[in-house]
Design a binder for this molecule. Structure first.
Ligand SMILES: C=CC1=C(C)c2cc3[nH]c(cc4nc(cc5[nH]c(cc1n2)c(C)c5CCC(=O)O)C(CCC(=O)O)=C4C)c(C)c3C=C
Ligand SMILES: [Fe+2]
Ligand SMILES: [Fe+2]
Length: 353
């Protein structure tokens, strides 16, 4: 049969609205086998690696997976939580907190999360939502800056899932929120909360705030991806909110992968240069990651620290991602309410689910 069998839905459950948070996905376990399986799916996505499939699959299966599987598993082990991978743990917390907040505001919606790769993927979750009577789904990527490799790939999977359905739900997508005020306010609150506990950097004596975004190949920007522009937008608007002068912060790009030219400046190189130049303290925030993960906790929290201190720096502060901070959940609720307009969600009786 071309189409999936339709679930039987009890009429009293019909016409519900759901918000689906979407993040990248992460291995189930910090083992080479589990990491290889996750990377094989992730790195076979043509939205992520734009190289002819046949050549790329040879390189991926013969070189990258055997080498990177083992090395990445060791890194995942260094940041693994008792409940699982940080990315999954924090994304689940965000979904739960956002549902509570929206229900408390009188919005009768359920909030779930899905991943683009690995377990609990977007297709599975759309099927599960339909089974529970959901007819309208708002897709909320946990990527504030649009990038085809992340945002478009997530939407592709949702639309492909709908291609298999006879009875399709109504879908809405949130493309980006790089310049959405409540998101910027949440980032500013996150930085200020860190400074309230750990003290303000002494900008006058050379301390810097690094705003480190996930890098991408420079070529995709040249081909029209708005990602770089969105990163610049978020960073400059955040710096304004924090009253930082141009000299007091730097925009950098991390997590370089492969041989092609990536966006610059590279976070690791800047950390090394600042340490060598006698800068005593740097604080690093990763505004493009809404949940802490391997790329923030290990690459920035552990490796970045070692690079800066070895180069001569004295004090290194990694500022955690927004995760389920109340100011971020407030901002997400603002964003969701804006995008739910016109859908039947107002319910003074409060919580469902
Ligand atoms: C925040 C947005 C992200 C963009 C844009 C992005 C682009 C991108 N990533 C790779 C390659 C890798 N990314 C990896 C991990 C990873 N990437 C993001 C987010 C973005 N990626 C997250 C949230 C994570 C963490 C996942 C976790 O389990 O914690 C990895 C795997 C880890 C490693 O081996 O270093 C790779 C590989 C490319 C090629 C790309 C753009 C084309
Ligand atoms: Fe990535
Ligand atoms: Fe990395």
């Amino acid at each position: 049969m071309h189409f999936e069998l339709e679930p039987q839905i009890h009429p009293s459950h019909a016409s519900r609205v759901a918000v689906l948070l979407i993040n990248l996905g992460t291995p189930d376990r910090p083992t080479p086998r589990s990491v290889r399986r996750y990377l094989a799916e992730f790195l076979s996505d043509p939205r992520v690696i734009e190289i002819p499939a046949l050549i790329w699959q040879l390189i991926l299966r013969l070189i990258i997976l055997p080498l990177r599987g083992r090395a990445a598993a060791a890194k995942y082990r260094s940041i693994w939580l008792s409940e699982g991978s940080p990315l999954r743990v924090y994304t689940a917390q965000q979904a739960q907190a956002l549902q509570q907040q929206l229900n408390a505001q009188g919005y009768a919606v359920s909030v779930e999360y899905a991943m683009r790769y690995g377990s609990r993927n977007i297709h599975e979750m759309l099927t599960q939502l339909k089974r529970s009577g959901v007819e309208r789904v708002l897709l909320l990527p946990m990527y504030p800056q649009y990038c085809a490799a992340t945002t478009a790939s997530a939407f592709d999977m949702a639309f492909t899932a709908l291609q298999r359905m006879r009875n399709q739900p109504e879908l809405r997508t949130i493309r980006h929120y790089a310049d959405f005020m409540p998101y910027l306010d949440a980032l500013a609150a996150q930085v200020r909360a860190h400074w309230a506990v750990h003290g303000l950097p002494d900008f006058a004596s050379g301390s810097r705030l690094l705003l480190s975004f996930h890098g991408v190949p420079k070529r995709i920007i040249d081909l029209g991806d708005p990602y770089y522009m969105h990163c610049q937008l978020t960073a400059t608007l955040l710096a304004q909110r924090l009253n930082l002068s141009d000299a007091e912060y730097r925009i950098t790009f991390q997590s370089r992968f492969g041989r092609a030219e990536w966006l610059r400046p590279d976070t690791a190189i800047v950390l090394k240069e600042l340490g060598a130049a006698g800068v005593k303290r740097v604080d690093v925030l990763c505004p493009g990651f809404t949940a802490d993960c391997l790329e923030t906790l290990e690459e920035i929290g552990i490796e970045g620290r070692a690079i800066f201190l070895q180069a001569g720096g004295e004090t290194y502060h990694y500022i955690p991602c927004l995760n389920a901070a109340p100011w971020f959940i407030d901002g997400l609720a603002d964003l969701v309410r804006l995008h739910l307009q016109g859908w039947p969600v107002q319910n003074s009786s409060g919580a469902i689910s």
